[in-house]
Design a binder for this molecule. Structure first.
Ligand code: FAD
Length: 416
């Protein structure tokens, strides 16, 4: 059994973990990431938001990412029956990035992992965190188990859980909380040979409204491939029971906006299903630890907010760990948990009003209201912490009120 020391141990080499690692390394800390899988590895979450770019820039990742040739994303195109609306980030209310990327996450996450290693962060791949003991102040002992079964203990001053769907500390500390949203299911794969209906479609995520409770995505990549998925209640999505391929091809053949674009498409790997992915924690921090990214909270995929939340929390946790380890007092509740919750509440309002139909009434309105559109664009771009945006400031009341004003015509192919 080996023992070694590091200043900060991070669980997971996804965007949350690598952003935090890079920021802490910039401050001179010795940082070790323990990552259960071998990279590159598949993970869902391929459509970024412009707000991510601020965080990726702070972490020093942009030069390497700029060279990678990922598909540029300039906005979201919403499609319902024969109606479509484009929300272009260039219109947005908030000063900030007007574009981002659509990325195959195996490549994207691998670039981030390579960059932090170049900066001196050590990554233990194919090693899972199997136990964590909080021995004393600034003394955490983490047990990791390698693929061959060998165990190792790493002592650190602080531990950050960025384990995504693994939710390592939330499970160990029994602080997991269920999502407030009903459990939904996503069935997805990568495809090639899509027939786009206008040359600008590849620069957007396509969000395909099927009904209040069901929607699909097409996320074009730069190499003529795309990620395509369908989301809804499990019994509605899995029309052929547990036959994933048959259920998936059913949607390609029967859901109009998919049908027209995917009739000659080739599916590149057997479709995968993920369900019950939402979740939260009762606390995001404690003595010697903090939880970041998906491990702390995953709301819903409809507005692609996951990687933004992951990188936002990665940047912030790194700043606060540095502050604490240099002897300054940190109010983790106010400076970390409350801040993250404030932005995530805006995403949650958008999600709940998407599924109750109000937000779809606003998105598909035929009325022109440039100010409202700019404010909505900013939220779709991930600038949910900008309280100078009137919709951010009053999101809970604004969306139902705007739906009343803007949604009084029949805009959609189904009753809202
Ligand atoms: P991850 O990227 O999941 O990384 C966590 C890492 O921790 C993994 O590599 C894992 O192997 C490792 N790990 C787990 N357990 C252990 C352990 N015991 N020991 C060591 N390592 C461990 N987000 C978007 O931004 N855009 C989208 O378009 C989008 N679409 C989505 C669609 C669906 C259907 C779903 C369910 C989610 C979607 N998301 C999307 C969310 C996105 O997947 C996540 O928010 C994002 O990956 C979170 O990043 P992270 O760094 O927190 O975790």
């Amino acid at each position: 059994m080996n023992n070694r020391k590091t200043d900060i141990l991070i669980i997971g080499a996804g965007p949350s973990g690598t952003v935090a690692a890079s920021m802490l390394r910039q401050k001179g800390y010795e940082v070790t990431i323990v990552e259960k899988q071998k990279f590159p590895r598949f993970v869902i979450g391929e459509s970024l938001l412009p707000r991510c770019m601020d965080n990726l820039e702070l972490a020093g990742f942009l030069p390497a990412l700029m060279k990678a040739g990922f598909q540029k994303k300039q906005g979201a195109k919403f499609i319902a029956g024969s109606e479509s609306r484009i929300y272009d980030f260039s219109l947005q209310f908030t000063e900030g990035w007007k574009w981002t990327w659509q990325v195959q996450r195996d490549r994207f996450d691998n670039i981030l992992a390579e960059e932090v290693q170049k900066a001196g962060v050590k990554i233990r791949f194919e090693a899972g965190v199997t136990d964590v003991k909080f021995a004393a102040k600034e003394h955490v002992v983490t047990e990791i188990t390698h693929a061959d079964g060998e165990k190792e203990h790493i002592e650190s001053r602080f531990i950050i859980d960025a384990s995504g769907y693994g939710r390592v500390l939330p499970k160990m500390l029994k602080i997991e909380e269920p999502s407030n949203f009903p459990s939904r299911c996503a069935l997805f794969a990568h495809v090639e040979n899509i027939e786009f209906q206008d040359p600008k479609e590849p620069n957007h995520i396509l969000i395909l409204s099927h009904s209040k409770n069901m929607w699909g995505w097409v996320i074009p990549f730069s190499n003529t491939r795309a990620s395509v998925g369908i989301v809804g209640n499990e019994e509605d999505v899995m029309v052929a029971g547990d036959n994933f391929l048959e259920s998936y091809t059913y949607w390609h053949a029967h859901f109009d906006p998919m049908k027209s674009r995917l009739k000659n498409a080739k599916i590149l790997f057997p479709p995968r299903k993920i369900s019950g992915y939402g979740g939260s924690v009762s606390k995001k921090f404690g003595p010697g630890f903090a939880i970041a990214g998906n491990s702390a909270e995953l709301v819903d995929p409809v507005f692609s907010s996951g990687a933004t939340y992951a990188t936002e929390s990665g940047v912030l946790v790194a700043k606060l760990v540095d502050k604490e380890l240099t002897g300054e007092k940190v109010d983790w509740q106010v400076e970390y948990a409350d801040y993250l919750d404030r932005g995530n509440r805006v995403f949650k309002t958008f999600v709940s009003n998407w599924y109750n139909g109000d937000l779809q009434k606003i998105i598909y309105t035929k009325q022109n209201n440039d100010d409202i559109k700019r404010q909505i664009c900013s939220i779709l771009a991930g600038y949910v912490w900008d309280e100078s945006n009137p919709i951010v400031k009053k999101h809970e009341r604004a969306i139902p009120a705007l739906a009343q004003i803007l949604g009084n015509e029949k805009n959609l192919p189904w009753e809202l």
